[in-house]
Design a protein around this ligand. Structure first.
Ligand code: TYD
Ligand code: MG
Length: 457
């Protein structure tokens, strides 16, 4: 095959392949993302099946002896939990996040804790972004310079693989996959084929040698791990490290995990000595709450296996625009539109001449529909300029006919509320079975959103 025939055009955003260059990618709709690359990088294509005869594979039954997964604790509880209870050997974890959010800091801290374990696992931290001295400065700042972590600054995948092949590595960090480079692939580091090929080689090695591989990945403006979404399919676990720039806390969220639940979050606080675990996030999210303010209420949510109480703030003000503004931070704007429509249609609350702003205090992102009721109450409270009782928590999903629906794990939510000193709760009807825990909380069970409005009057 001539070299010319091996060229292909690959979208750097979604990885779609085209035979000819075009301005717009048909599959993701992005403009100017298609770049010429050489096909075959990473050993995916051009497989000649005649060269080697295939072996017959052996099929087995679904049941069998379940090997217990060998998990290594990072000694950082929040990280262990998000990974499903520790690091599984041979697994590959992609850590994505905005620049400066703290990915390198978190992984350096984890490396140092693992390296300090009494069994002295071999830990390798390979940085392609920073020079050795820069990483050392960070380690010193974090007070970790004495840990026996093997540090190197390198971007050549071949050199990395040759080195790790001889090692007895337990944990390897590659910071970041976008800086890594494989000779055979004729495109620049960070391009889809480079990233995919490097990732493929490293994953093969991790599986063969049985070490846990952390890959740091950059995030694009759209909030996806840069360009190649393909990466997410190749790895076992995808973690996103998020947080608002102005806030000091950071949330590590599992979005894919072959070895654990995906709705877990880990909460950290960025301090001047690095990331510190937050064992009780509710207390942190509610720390700056001011009582007796209209438009604010406390939602008792559940993130993964853990209850999290957060403040939901709404501001409703007469609009100066021809169509009123709706702005949301930390929640789904479509859900806000739905809640507002239900309030208008079922409760006769007119919001068409009002701007509505909604904010989840503290920079947390909530995805649970269970927050509907709390959002509705925050909006009504702001509209009427009537504060809700400061010791009240709220949860419940709202249906289109205005009914308040049950949500999962009500007793877990209520127990957390009780622990934090709340004494009133508005909850969906028929959900207070575990009353024995709840002697100190007055429950207002409601079946319809109209009822709750009467409750406020
Ligand atoms: P970093 O881990 O370099 O981010 P990433 O690898 O995701 O790009 O984090 C850098 C930021 O964290 C930087 O803005 C400074 C801040 N930081 C602290 O506040 N305290 C610390 O102890 C460290 C090491 C960093
Ligand atoms: Mg970094």
């Amino acid at each position: 095959m001539s070299k010319k025939e091996l060229k292909q055009f690959v979208c750097q955003n979604c990885g779609s392949v085209y035979p000819k260059w075009q301005g717009k990618c048909d599959s993701c709709g992005e403009w100017n993302t298609i770049v010429e690359e050489v096909a075959g990088g990473g050993g995916f294509s051009n497989i000649n099946y005649n060269k080697r005869k295939g072996k017959e594979i052996e099929f087995v039954s679904l049941s069998g002896i379940q090997e217990k997964l060998d998990r290594l604790s990072t000694q950082i509880n929040e990280l262990d939990r998000v990974c499903g209870g520790g690091l599984v050997s041979g697994s590959v974890i992609l850590v994505g996040g905005d620049p400066g959010i703290g990915k390198s800091t978190l992984l350096l801290q984890a490396c140092s804790k693992v390296a300090d374990l009494p069994q002295r696992p071999e830990v390798y931290y390979i940085s392609g972004e920073e020079a050795v001295d820069q990483v050392r400065i960070r380690a010193k700042r974090l007070g970790l310079e004495k840990s026996p972590v093997n540090l190197a600054s390198c971007t050549e995948i071949k050199d990395i693989i040759t080195t790790l092949e001889k090692s007895k590595a337990s944990v390897v960090v590659i910071d970041s996959i976008q800086t890594m480079y494989l000779d055979e692939v004729e495109s620049t580091p960070g391009s889809v084929s480079q990233v995919r090929a490097c990732c493929y080689e490293l994953i093969k090695l991790a599986k063969r040698k049985g070490f846990t591989l952390f890959l740091v990945g950059h995030v694009t403006k759209q909030g996806e791990i840069a360009g190649p979404r393909v990466l997410e399919h190749m790895v076992d676990t995808v973690l996103y490290f998020e947080g608002e720039r102005g806030h000091h806390f950071r949330i590590l969220r599992a979005v894919k995990n072959r070895y654990g639940a995906t709705d877990e979050i880990g909460v950290f606080e960025m301090q001047d000595k690095g990331l510190v675990e937050v064992a009780n996030p509710s207390a942190l999210f509610l720390a700056e709450r001011q009582g007796n303010i209209s438009g604010s209420c406390v939602f008792a949510g559940v993130e993964g296996s853990r209850p999290v109480l957060v403040e939901i703030q709404a501001l409703v003000s007469p609009t100066g625009y021809s169509s009123p503004k709706r702005a949301v931070v930390g929640w789904d704007s479509n859900r806000l539109a739905m809640v507002l429509a239900v309030l208008e249609a079922r409760c006769g609350i007119n919001l068409s001449s009002q701007d509505v702003y909604l904010n989840i205090a503290g920079g947390l992102r909530i995805s649970e529909p269970a927050a509907d009721l709390a959002v509705a109450l925050a909006v009504i409270s702001s509209l009427r300029n009537k504060p809700l009782p400061a010791d009240m928590v709220i949860f419940g999903e709202i249906g289109l006919s205005g009914e308040v629906r049950a949500v999962s794990q009500p007793s877990l939510r209520l127990k957390e509320a009780k622990k934090l000193g709340f004494s009133n709760a508005i909850i969906p009807q028929g959900r207070a079975n575990d009353k024995k825990f709840l002697a100190d909380i007055t429950l207002h069970e409601i079946g319809n959103i109209q009822r709750v409005i009467n409750l406020l009057d």
